[in-house]
Design a protein around this ligand. Structure first.
Ligand SMILES: Cc1cc2nc3c(=O)[nH]c(=O)nc-3n(C[C@H](O)[C@H](O)[C@H](O)COP(=O)(O)OP(=O)(O)OC[C@H]3O[C@@H](n4cnc5c(N)ncnc54)[C@H](O)[C@@H]3O)c2cc1C
Length: 310
């Protein structure tokens, strides 16, 4: 059957691309699906300064381009289809995309993670009209304007710092009385004159006519509400794993992250997970790339043992 593969990889972020490179070198007949663009979260990153060997001042977009080039140079064809359902039957994975049906003897899940939403009134309505989840992508549109960043972790701190070089005024709004961001990020925030941190407040509503004009803040201690005039709100409260379609098939934790062993095998011995979609201590490019390679080699070893013809 034409759509039958040794290995299927879902997701072409850095983890999936790494798996594809190792699968190619192992001589597997494999397929890689991508619902968006090669690079995944890389496309949201202004600069990649902590990927050893890459040097400084390389943008996420440039690295994503390099990943595409690598796939191209190795003759790896992507299938730009979103996987909408999988199932397993006697150690065969059945895969449905929006357009086609495929089967595979093994599967690597590298579907990454997406931004968490506040789930408040006005959020969905104003996406692209002042509500953003990515300062690097949208910050430029708010040059010399007033913006709010929501969150208290590393991502929120980085977003606020990035915006502080573009916008006139930044309010960093955090629901607790202390930030969770790393110390060096906090120190950088405290030095910014155009940045004010508002502790112990949550955002309950986003208002405006055609674009965001104000947000409603609620004091977490006395529940008093006040409005804050802003031109944009950048929501940086974390990520959710893109694993909904795997629920009930492999073990997933309460936060939606796939559980694996140290060789990245999931609760099924013909399915592996790599990168941000799995529960792991460090969600970074370098770990995602490393995991993609391990998953591919483990899949190869499994296929070699389980199927003599590989
Ligand atoms: C703003 C920001 C800044 C960051 N800064 C850094 C940094 O400086 N250094 C660093 O090391 N890390 C950084 N990170 C983290 C890093 O980007 C991630 O850890 C890494 O990109 C994860 O790679 P991944 O391949 O696991 O997932 P992703 O990059 O999320 O890729 C997953 C891919 O799977 C695809 N996909 C999902 N579901 C399906 C489906 N059903 N069918 C088909 N395709 C699907 C998606 O479209 C996506 O392309 C940052 C992240 C963000 C958001």
């Amino acid at each position: 059957m034409q759509n039958f593969y040794d290995l299927a990889i879902i997701g072409a972020g850095i983890a999936g691309v790494s798996s594809a490179v190792y699968a190619k070198r192992a001589g597997l007949k494999f397929v890689i699906f991508e619902s968006g663009s090669v690079g995944g979260q890389l496309l949201l990153m202004e600069r990649v300064d902590n990927f050893i060997g890459l040097g400084l001042n390389v943008s996420g977009y440039q690295l994503a381009e390099q990943l595409s080039k690598t796939l191209n140079d190795l003759g790896i064809q992507l299938i730009f289809e979103k996987v909408i359902k999988i199932n397993t039957e006697e150690k065969i994975v059945k895969i449905w995309t929006e357009k086609n049906f495929y089967t595979s003897k093994a599967l690597i899940i590298s579907t990454g993670a997406s931004f968490k939403k506040l789930k408040i009134k006005g959020e969905d309505e104003f996406i692209g009209k002042g509500v953003s989840y990515c300062a690097v992508c949208d910050g430029f549109f708010f040059k010399n304007k007033t913006v709010a960043v929501i969150g208290g972790g590393n991502t929120a701190a980085q977003e606020a710092l990035y915006l502080s070089n573009i916008c006139a005024k930044i309010f960093l709004i955090h629901r607790r009385d202390k930030l969770r961001a790393l110390n060096y990020l906090q120190e950088a925030l405290f030095k910014k004159e155009n940045l004010k941190i508002i502790y112990n407040h949550i955002v309950t509503q986003i208002n405006g006519k055609n674009f965001v004009e104000e947000i409603i803040l609620e004091d977490t201690e006395n529940k008093l509400k006040k409005n804050l005039n802003v031109d944009a709100i950048f929501i940086a409260i974390g990520a959710t794993a893109n694993t909904q379609i795997f629920k009930g098939i492999i073990d997933i934790d309460a936060d939606g992250f796939i559980l694996t062993d140290e060789r990245l095998k999931t609760s099924l011995d013909f399915i592996w997970a790599a990168g941000d979609c799995r529960r792991r201590p460090l969600r970074q490019l370098i770990t995602a790339a490393a995991e993609g390679s391990i998953a591919a080699i483990e899949a190869y070893k499994y296929l070699k043992t389980a199927y003599i013809s590989i």
